[in-house]
Design a protein around this ligand. Structure first.
Ligand SMILES: [Fe+2]
Length: 369
């Protein structure tokens, strides 16, 4: 995509230091945009925040980003479907054209239905730019400036910049779409595995869902990122997945386990980590599953890790897992009250559990009351 380079070089060479300063500002803005695009987590947020960023960066009045859905159509929020079809046709026309896209006055391309849907006024100067990754279109960027002529709205030195913005934006959208596809297939794997565990051990299934809910609240308390929170919840759902390989006589034994049976039972954290390690998109949660029975004093299993050696997610699951197990009870052990379970957690803070996490967990109940 190099067709604007000639347009760009002219003002750069002849406008003197003022033009150089403006160019430097724009390139700095562009570099910030590329960092900004990497940090955004979902396509919706990317569209929303990038539109504001680009609008301010280019000093235009209007910036909207439209993304092509997997079915090859745009999704417009309109009560009249014919308006959406009209805009879609224009976007396709622009995209299929081999000429460089140029800003133009509205009357030249957009009819009244399309203008209404896009929220553009008759005297706006607009610019429709396809967002492409290699030859495939992923969306369309629409810019406009109110009551402007083409040159006032988009000076020549903007052309190259807009081309680069479209390039960066197209690639960022494409990356997010690929990530979301991968994430959807990971979610399906987690749900299928969690269902398998539930069939094998109904107690573990319900217990894991409760853990995921508590874990999410603790993640929020510690302001963990969306991806860390998501991985923690998946790990909570699958923390005991290794139990699917444990024989019935041990898994369902209505009483305390013998030393040998206990050794078999303890293998579930390593078996579980091994299962998820090989699944695309779930690699990061393997270490949480592996360490969910470690203790901060180094007396846990399988590797007797201490304090900070234990992943944060595993320490969170250790707390919520113990609380849930205590309050739910077992076939051979009566359920304890909420107060008894909390006092047990406090007693073992710094030994079995991370004290900060125990405190955060207790605060969840205080906030709720
Ligand atoms: Fe476990």
């Amino acid at each position: 995509m190099t067709h604007y380079i000639e347009n760009y070089s002219y003002p750069y060479k002849t406008r003197g230091s003022g033009a150089v300063t403006r160019t430097t500002e724009k390139l700095t803005g562009l570099s910030r945009l590329s960092h900004f695009l990497v940090g955004i987590e979902t396509i919706d947020t990317l569209i929303e925040r990038s539109a504001v960023y680009i609008r301010d960066m280019l000093h235009v009045d209007y910036c909207r980003i439209f993304i092509l859905a997997p079915d090859g159509h745009y999704q417009f929020k309109s009560k009249r479907p014919e308006s959406g079809e009209a805009v879609e046709k224009i976007f396709q026309l622009v995209s299929n054209s081999t000429d460089p896209q140029r800003p133009s006055s509205l009357e030249q391309i957009l009819d009244s239905k399309a203008r209404e849907l896009l929220g553009l006024k008759i005297r706006d100067c607009h610019w429709i730019i396809p967002l492409r990754v290699e030859q495939s279109q992923v969306g369309t960027l629409v810019l406009a400036k109110a009551n402007s002529t083409e040159i006032d709205a988009f000076p020549l030195d903007t052309y190259y910049l807009v081309d680069l913005i479209a390039d960066q934006l197209g690639n960022a959208v494409h990356r997010k779409q690929l990530n979301e596809q991968l994430e959807n297939s990971s979610i399906e794997i987690v749900l299928a595995l969690s269902k398998t565990l539930e069939t094998r051990d109904p107690y573990s299934g319900a217990h894991s869902k409760r853990l995921a809910s508590f874990s999410e609240q603790i993640a929020r308390h510690f302001k963990m990122s969306a991806s860390e929170t998501r991985e923690l919840c998946w790990a909570a759902l699958l923390h005991d997945i290794g139990k699917i390989g444990i024989e019935d006589s041990i898994l369902h034994k209505p009483g305390p386990l013998t030393a040998r049976e206990w050794e078999v039972m303890k293998s579930h954290s390593e078996v579980g980590a091994h299962i998820v390690k090989g699944l695309s998109g779930l690699e990061n949660i393997a270490s949480i599953i592996l360490s969910h029975h470690e203790r901060v004093d180094g007396k846990g299993y399988p590797h007797a890790l201490r304090g900070d050696q234990i992943p944060m997610g595993a320490k969170i699951i250790a707390v919520v897992d113990s609380y849930s197990a205590m309050t739910e009870g077992r076939v051979y052990k009566a359920a304890r009250t909420h107060e008894e379970a909390i006092s047990e957690l406090k007693k073992n803070a710094g030994l079995m559990y991370d004290p900060e996490i125990v405190e955060a967990f207790i605060s969840l109940f205080e906030e709720a009351s």
